[in-house]
Design a protein around this ligand. Structure first.
Ligand SMILES: Cc1cc2nc3c(=O)[nH]c(=O)nc-3n(C[C@H](O)[C@H](O)[C@H](O)COP(=O)(O)OP(=O)(O)OC[C@H]3O[C@@H](n4cnc5c(N)ncnc54)[C@H](O)[C@@H]3O)c2cc1C
Length: 419
């Protein structure tokens, strides 16, 4: 069988099949399994790239029935049961399959304004997070060089678009950088007094999926950290020097800012459309393919779509859904091999959480709502538990101690051109 994607969906499917009598080929265009929920900590210098991205080969090295193939999937022919891939050296390859699980994830959506991407990149891959890190720490360096006060302020103003967990977490960490980690580092400006972090959210509140009470607590905690929260505010224009924002009263305001981060909107992998075209399935507005209750495609019980790229009962695009659908697809394949009937997928909602700042998080779990320090301890525990590999957990614990108990950011080296 073939699995596309070594994300939460694909990797958990592969691991579930470790003792099954199947030959698995796991294809991914990167060599690592990425823990996306901690990308923002790479972007803000807390964790290194390797801590959240263990090599897939290493993770699966003792799984003898599985081969890891580093290649980009370019086509899927569901009628011929073949996956077309291109290897990094340009060589094409065709992978035939009896069963296929596709967990190719999602990318950023700019709601029809793809031209914003150049100035307000998103954060979906390790490359994105490393590029953001260069931009964030590079902006502080540029501010130190700048003699004109207005231009310096533009370098010291950080705009984050989107008030979901990712936008909240990254804006909170940039504020903490300026208020704690970078104090005393610069001679021509005071980061604690001069850095502005602006969070723009189109809806009426941030963290809306957590409900009013937690949303309000999250807003207050974020403001206390130093983030300016602008709700009901649509970013209508983005260029190299700033953003134009349409406020709740309809007026458009210009905010000069050199560093913009896009954390709003997702769009499913193009492989969802390729599967839909081949099988006659539908895609939703976010490009996610609609699947049957067991996560397979209509008319193709041997093909499954899992995780962020599929839509089943409008489940959210979160890691738990990806892991559980990946495991469900793998279990269905094993049941078939045993001559058993497939069963519908049932989601076990394990709640959601967001770390608003150092020592403050909000957690929502089956009607139980926790915030503040207790929420943060729960957040720490869950994220450590879901990281892959003991070594990564251990190293992460040390990095968190340095950053959250102390003030250090160990990952600040700039390697590209700044400015
Ligand atoms: C910044 C950020 C923060 C997040 N925070 C949270 C959080 O706090 N809690 C939570 O539950 N969820 C969070 N999520 C969402 C969560 O990470 C996703 O729901 C989850 O990763 C989806 O898993 P997946 O397997 O569907 O896709 P992914 O994890 O995206 O994996 C897809 C894999 O497919 C590979 N791939 C894609 N296209 C191709 C191709 N053509 N050829 C070969 N390989 C391909 C990719 O390289 C990737 O390895 C966050 C996401 C982001 C981006």
């Amino acid at each position: 069988m073939v699995i596309v994607g070594a994300g939460f969906g694909g990797l958990f499917a592969a691991r579930f099949l470790r003792h099954a009598p199947v030959e698995v080929t796991l294809v991914d265009r990167t060599n690592h399994h990425l823990f996306q929920p901690l990308l923002y900590q790479v972007a803000t210098g807390i964790l290194s790239a390797g801590q959240i991205a263990p090599p897939t080969r290493d993770v699966l090295k003792s799984q003898k029935n599985t081969t890891v193939e580093l290649a980009e999937v370019t086509g899927i022919d569901v009628a011929a049961r073949q996956v077309a891939v291109v290897r990094p050296d340009g060589r094409p390859l065709t992978l035939p399959y009896d069963s296929l699980i596709v967990g190719a994830g999602a990318g950023q959506s700019y709601f029809g304004h793809d031209e914003f991407a150049e100035f307000a990149p998103g954060m979906k891959t390790l490359d994105d997070a490393l590029a953001q890190r260069e931009r964030i720490f590079g902006a502080f360096e540029m501010a130190e060089l700048e003699e004109d006060a207005d231009r310096r302020q533009a370098w010291l103003t950080f705009v984050v678009v989107g008030g979901g967990p990712t936008g909240v977490e990254i804006s909170g960490q940039i504020a903490e950088l300026s208020r704690r980690a970078l104090t005393d580092n610069f001679r021509r400006f005071d980061p604690a007094a001069e850095v502005k972090v602006l969070l723009f959210e189109g809806g009426k509140e941030i963290l809306a999926t957590f409900g009013d009470r937690l949303s309000e607590k999250g807003t207050k905690a974020l403001q206390k950290t130093g983030v300016e929260v602008h709700t009901g505010s649509i970013v209508a224009g983005v260029d190299a020097d700033g953003v134009d924002v349409k406020g709740p009263d309809g007026t458009v305001t210009r905010y000069p800012a050199k560093t913009k981060i896009w954390a709003a909107g997702v769009s499913a992998s193009p492989l969802a459309k390729i599967l839909a075209d081949g099988s006659g399935a539908e895609c939703d507005r976010a490009g996610r393919i609609k699947v049957k209750p067991d996560c397979s495609l209509a008319g193709h019980p041997e093909v499954f779509a899992v995780g962020d790229m599929m839509n089943l009962n409008d489940l959210p695009g979160v890691a738990e859904v990806a892991m559980q659908t990946g495991i469900h697809a793998a279990r269905t394949i094993r049941r078939r091999l045993n001559g058993e009937e497939p069963q519908p997928f049932k989601y076990r909602d394990l709640g959601s959480m967001a770390a608003v700042s150092r020592r403050r998080a909000i957690v929502s779990f089956h009607g139980v709502r926790v915030s503040g320090f207790l929420g943060w301890l729960m957040w720490l525990f869950v994220h450590l538990a879901f990281m892959t590999g003991f070594k990564n957990r251990f190293k992460t614990l040390i990095s968190w101690s340095l950053s959250f108990l102390g003030r250090g950011r160990t990952e600040r080296a700039l390697t590209r051109h700044v400015g």
